[in-house]
Design a protein around this ligand. Sequence first.
Ligand SMILES: *[C@@H]1O[C@H](CO)[C@@H](O)[C@H](O)[C@H]1NC(C)=O
Length: 230
Amino acid sequence: MDRHIREFLNKLSYACIAIGTLTLILLFLETPETCVPPDAPAKPHHRFPRSSCDTSSREVVTVEKKNKRLWSTRSWQNKVESHVRFFRAFRDLGLLQNHSKVLCVSAGAGHEVMGLSQMGVDDVTGTELVDSPPLVSRADPHNLPFFENVFDLAFTAHFAEALFPSRFVSEMERTVRPGGVCVLVVEECGGEEVKDIAGLFRRSRFVSAVNVTLTGLRMTRIIMKIKISP
Ligand SMILES: *[C@@H]1O[C@H](CO)[C@@H](O)[C@H](O)[C@H]1NC(C)=O
């Protein structure tokens, strides 16, 4: 009785091993149909994906197409034009040239980057926590991925959103060369607030604070100049 059971169990395990091996071999030989489209359709946007691993229909909206759509909207163009007007007035102060190296911190979708480029400034870098290629690349404003003294001008219109204002300011100061300027555009404010903001700058002297209009909002433009000798 005992022997019979042992023999039976042995046979059963041999059978199981055989079935398992066969299944593995079959799985190995089988090509999954859904992930390898045998005939790529000429116009992938004319059909829907057949399964979750069918990628051919997801390439419809390329970055270029998305940007073309975004940049042709009235609201985008208005904002860019507003930045161009802002930077023209700023250029009249003699602080911006075509050959200036400009850094736009927390540049959002990149209106200021496009505005500056349209004006003929040829070296403009835009950064934001979320990148928007090709105008804006990803960088933490509290830890900018640039060496010291590489920019002539750092600009931001989003200082109010900084988590650590003094760290944000010190990173702007670090990346701008001595004699270069940091420009902050903040919600319209009075002398006390301007003084508080200017006080965050350790390596710069206060140049001016004036009220301006940017993208239809009443703002205050604060200019700080990096000291030549510390
Ligand atoms: C700056 O570039 C713009 C556009 O390319 C050009 O029209 C303008 O004359 C340039 N300004 C200077 C001072 O070279």
